[in-house]
Write a protein that binds this ligand. Sequence first.
Ligand code: FAD
Ligand code: FO1
Length: 506
Amino acid sequence: MPSALCASKKRYRALTRGTKPEAGPNAPVVYWLSRDQRVRDNWALLRACDVARANDAPVVIAFNLLTKFLGAGARQFGFMLRGLRELEGAAKAKNVTFAMTYGDEPAIAIDALAKKIGAKTIVCDFSPLRDGLKWRKELAALCEARSAHCEECDAHNVVPCWEASDKLEVGARTLRGRLAKRYPEFLHEFPEVPDDLPKYSGPALDAVKWDDIIAEALSRGQAVPEVTWAIPGETAAHAVLDDFVNSRMKLYEKRNDPSKPQALSGLSPWLHFGQISGQRCALEAKKAVGKASPPAYESFFEELVVRRELSDNFCYYSPKYDQIEGQKYDWAKDTLRLHASDKRPYLYSLEELERAKTHDDLWNAAQRELRYGGKMHGFCRMYWAKKILEWTESPEQALKFAIYLNDTYSLDGRDPSGYVGCMWSIVGVHDQGWKEREVFGKIRYMAYDSTKKKFSIPDYIARVNALVKAAKADFKSGESSHAANPGLFKINVPAANKRKATEEAQ
Ligand code: FAD
Ligand code: FO1
């Protein structure tokens, strides 16, 4: 038997009871790909390959296309589908067939596909969000009913979420040490996907009509159009990582200055859709540490691994992760309740917020960056969410509005880090109590006057104005201009990966 590619058995676990992985030349292994949309550096795909290799079976990657997902529009569906189109080609190069199913009942669709092709083993990737958990549970029940085997493999986190901790962590302080103990076991290089797997030769699978499904998704979600600067897919993701670790990580200590956006990696859209592995980013950053400085690398690692994996921990162990009750600690819920009827200095409707019509030029710029650029600077996200608490009728309304705006406009929204970011800002999750004040109670406050001492607000506003102008021009022309990228970094990809060239090639 070949040695295992997914060497650690702790990365995956069975979702069905009383079954074991079975496969054969006429019984392919299905990898149901959802959160980790890549071929390289994907533990779930590697696990599927292990089961296949041990049984001389082919691997089929199945993706179920939803019609709606947490408010995503053309911006996010376009990014995802264009990335998947590239993935289909990368999978084919490894003898792995890509199949698409459709509709808002993914468990039923994936199980039907598995039955059709005679698959008795399905490997899923992992998500701590409630819909992802529900889908996988439903699929496991369907598999169990026909004695098929279903397992999940955490391909998103360095340390699998359930291995990192078996409980809700207080904060980064408590998770950091737990993760560090497990790096020797989990933070290592990835093997290649083998290219000698047998080719799938079962019942014919429908070819994916990419142009049609992309056109349909864009038309359905046209209220929030695509941002053309963000080149989707694995190749672009690696180009962003390469540019960051080799040329920009040295700036990372300036990450809290929104007028210097190149200091941030800009990786979150690709990480969110799993077009790149967080573990790959951590490995490459470590290799490039000599080009930056140890503190820059360490701060990046802290955000990329500790904070990101803390978000999964929160959503997994706090099922109400997007509601005030999701905060476990009474001090925060009590203080918000006590100040719920405090007079707000301003009150804005959702529409006023959405259209950036507040009295605050910094807040309006941040909202415009989100709306037109598809990604808000990390520092501004905290200020932006806290001001929504200050200017809406209640903490419940503030949280609802913040999550709605983030999920609707951000490429990286609908993500554990987004729910935790909003919960940190508005509900004090992973934070401590601060000096009590109106509206916020003991929740940490951020003031315009102190923020303006930290960076040049006029420089940030000027940059966002240029971004909005470029984004509007791109929208008309279909071009992809540098100034429209909120991170102002270059994405060095072959011409074929660029938007216009790709479409002309169709
Ligand atoms: P970098 O600073 O280069 O960080 C690299 C990676 O580390 C990020 O891509 C991300 O995966 C991770 N990371 C960085 N900061 C955090 C953090 N505070 N918590 C968890 N992971 C982090 N992040 C999202 O991915 N999606 C969201 O929808 C989202 N919404 C947010 C909303 C609010 C109100 C707040 C306060 C934060 C939110 N964040 C979100 C976290 C963070 O702001 C973004 O991850 C970051 O700005 C992404 O840009 P970057 O990749 O250039 O960041
Ligand atoms: N995952 C899917 O399996 N199918 C989809 O159609 C799909 C759409 C989608 C749109 C926006 C977005 O941000 C993510 C999307 N995802 C989709 C991925 C989804 O986040 C993951 O499947 C999560 O694991 C769900 O909890």
